[in-house]
Design a protein around this ligand. Structure first.
Ligand SMILES: NC(=O)c1ccc[n+]([C@@H]2O[C@H](COP(=O)([O-])OP(=O)(O)OC[C@H]3O[C@@H](n4cnc5c(N)ncnc54)[C@H](O)[C@@H]3O)[C@@H](O)[C@H]2O)c1
Ligand SMILES: O=C(O)C(=O)C[C@]1(C(=O)O)C=C[C@@H](O)C=C1
Length: 379
């Protein structure tokens, strides 16, 4: 058996992200110690097999942490998974409590986390052992019960060293990303915050605004909701307190993009109102729609591959126990790897539509196998 990549990792904040990191590390045999301000969350994370509790438990609000620093402690890395507003204090405490360990976090905004850590750690040692991190995977759910060991598989993980970060600490955070199944992408904290304003924070606000309009919709209209609306609004279900902290920590880049998006929305509305005034308005509307289609084609797929490399194969799935397992088994037996799966649950029909995303080259073999096993392939 190969050696685990870390002797011991301490995870502080055993919620959705911290517990997912811990579960992903446990897959590689890494010893994980867990700590959380909420004893209930800690108990759940431990019961899921994410690790064992740190003893003695955390003392919060004091940058020296609990007890004297133990230099013989085999902890190689501390991962901080607490809400954005608590990051600076907890990271600074961790640097003081684990003087031989690299310290990272999974917070969604990096410049503010670094500035807060600096402010709290200024009297203490070890800022050079801190390297920010941000796995680009998550969920609209919170807490350890929503955690998954495979959450980071194939996802990007931003690694954001600051000017004084030690190379061995950067290497440890790179290794953390890889051990969790992700691929590390190095950027400066400021560059990271600009990037996530566009790829994460703007979409969150857009989803929130669309979902907010549903609060006054007639029930009879909502029953018509299909997958398009569900795709656009899933992330609006995220924790409002968490998102208030994330957005306010990255306020300027997000506000700039929101103004740009609002200008574009006004333009579309204006084109629609003026549609009878001639072709010009419609041409402008068409341009907006084409620009959107061009933008979405630029998104990389799984493992950073171009999305065009994968194709959807839609299969009608009878609403009976075991059908999904039978479908996957038939696909597996044909030697075809499923890259992604989307399921469209149609509320009032006894069937669902499963989209199997597979590599383009494997589509003919897949279609042949599905036909052989009597599956109803759509389109
Ligand atoms: N939710 C996502 O999709 C997502 C994705 C990537 C990154 N993040 C970032 O990950 C971090 C955690 O988010 P989450 O979704 O896991 O939240 P969560 O609410 O599921 O978990 C946070 C945990 O931190 C604990 N906690 C709070 N203050 C603490 C303290 N001072 N000391 C110890 N424990 C403390 C809470 O009890 C809770 O268990 C945030 O900084 C967030 O920005 C979230
Ligand atoms: O998939 C989701 O639910 C997410 O929103 C995850 C997501 C994102 O991709 O924007 C949300 C916030 C994080 O900081 C990182 C990841």
């Amino acid at each position: 058996m190969t050696e685990p990549p870390f002797r011991r990792v301490v995870v502080i904040g055993a919620g959705l992200m911290g517990t997912s990191v811990a579960l992903a590390l446990r897959r590689s045999g890494v010893e994980v110690l867990l700590e959380d301000a909420d004893p209930g969350n800690l108990r759940v994370a431990v019961s899921l097999g994410a690790g064992v509790p740190v003893t003695p438990p955390v003392s919060s609000g004091d940058a020296t942490g609990g007890g004297p620093a133990d230099l013989s402690d085999p902890t190689d890395l501390v991962v901080v998974g607490v809400p954005p507003a608590a990051l600076g204090t907890v990271i600074a405490e961790a640097l003081a409590r684990f003087p031989a360990a690299a310290v990272t976090d999974v917070g969604s905004v990096k410049a503010a986390a670094l500035a807060d850590t600096r402010a709290h750690a200024s009297a203490g040692p070890g800022l050079d052992r801190y390297v920010g991190g941000h796995p680009m995977a998550g969920s609209e759910q919170s807490g350890p019960l929503a955690a998954r060991a495979d959450l980071f598989d194939g996802r990007a993980w931003a690694v954001t060293p600051h000017v004084d970060s030690r190379p061995d600490a950067v290497a440890a955070v790179d290794q953390l990303a890889r051990t969790c199944g992700a691929f590390p992408v190095q950027l400066s904290p400021g560059e990271h915050d600009e990037a996530v304003a566009l790829v994460s924070h703007l979409p969150q606000v857009a989803s929130t605004v669309v979902a907010g309009l549903l609060t006054t919709a007639a029930e009879g209209h909502l029953v018509l909701a299909g997958q398009g609306l569900r795709d656009v609004t899933r992330i609006a279900g995220g924790d409002p307190e968490l998102w208030t902290q994330i957005l306010s920590a990255n306020a300027e880049p997000v506000a700039r993009l929101l103004h740009e998006a609002a200008d574009n929305l006004h333009r579309v509305a204006h084109n629609l109102e003026k549609r009878d005034a001639g072709e010009a308005g419609l041409a402008d509307l068409r341009n907006s729609l084409e620009r959107g289609a061009t933008g979405v084609r630029r998104l990389p797929g799984k493992h950073g591959a171009r999305p065009e490399a994968f194709s959807p194969v839609p299969v009608l799935l009878p609403d009976r126990p075991g059908e999904l397992a039978r479908l996957f088994a038939d696909v597996g037996a044909a030697g075809v790897n499923i890259e992604d799966v989307r399921i469209d649950h149609s509320p009032n029909t006894p069937a669902g539509l499963v989209e199997l995303w597979v590599h383009q080259d494997t589509v003919p073999a897949l279609l042949e196998a599905l036909a052989h096993h009597g599956w109803d392939v759509h389109g």
